[in-house]
Design a protein around this ligand. Structure first.
Ligand code: ZN
Ligand code: ZN
Ligand code: ZN
Length: 169
């Protein structure tokens, strides 16, 4: 099983996450002979500001603000499609938002742990989950094209804060 849950919810040197993500993105694009254009890279950077997913309109606003001119939605959607296609980001259907993938180079079936309090999302991947999904689909004669499993709950810091507040009441 792989997961970035130890960093996603805790205080950490997030700059390292960002640096690693950008490096992985450059390597992946050059291996596939596709271009990580400035706009694509900027969108990826915005998604790596934190471990909280961002909706397309937030990305458009932030990008427009940082570039000092209005960036049109299709430009951002095209960049998002590219990043999805190359496997550098994921789309979280329930939130209608996007998040950077912390381990694009490993073959993985994703499931996401969404904290409903702080909004941070950890990505996990486990062979056993993947097998269960594939065999269930096979039994149903169903061909899986994409899968995103989203699990809602509370992360450790938020759970501790909630417990502390209850104790204080
Ligand atoms: Zn981080
Ligand atoms: Zn991923
Ligand atoms: Zn939380």
């Amino acid at each position: 099983m792989i997961s970035n849950s130890t960093t996603a919810y805790q205080q950490h040197d997030h700059h390292r996450c960002l640096k690693a993500a950008l490096q992985q993105a450059r390597n992946r694009c050059s291996a596939r002979k596709v271009r990580l254009t400035p706009i694509r890279e900027s969108v990826l950077q915005l998604l790596w500001q934190s471990h909280r997913p961002l909706g397309a309109y937030k990305i458009i606003d932030q990008l427009s603000a940082s570039r000092g001119k209005r960036i049109l939605p299709p430009t951002v959607y095209r960049a998002l499609d590219f990043l999805l296609e190359v496997g550098l980001i994921h789309r979280l259907a329930t939130l209608n938002a996007y998040i950077g993938c912390p381990f694009p180079d490993s073959v993985h079936s994703d499931y996401f742990l969404l904290c409903r309090e702080c909004g941070s999302v950890a990505e996990c991947s486990a062979e056993s989950v993947n097998k269960a999904i594939v065999s269930t689909a096979q039994r149903a004669g169903f061909v899986v094209e994409s899968q995103t499993v989203e699990i809602l709950g509370l992360c450790t810091p938020c759970r501790e804060t909630a417990a502390q507040q209850q104790a204080d009441e």
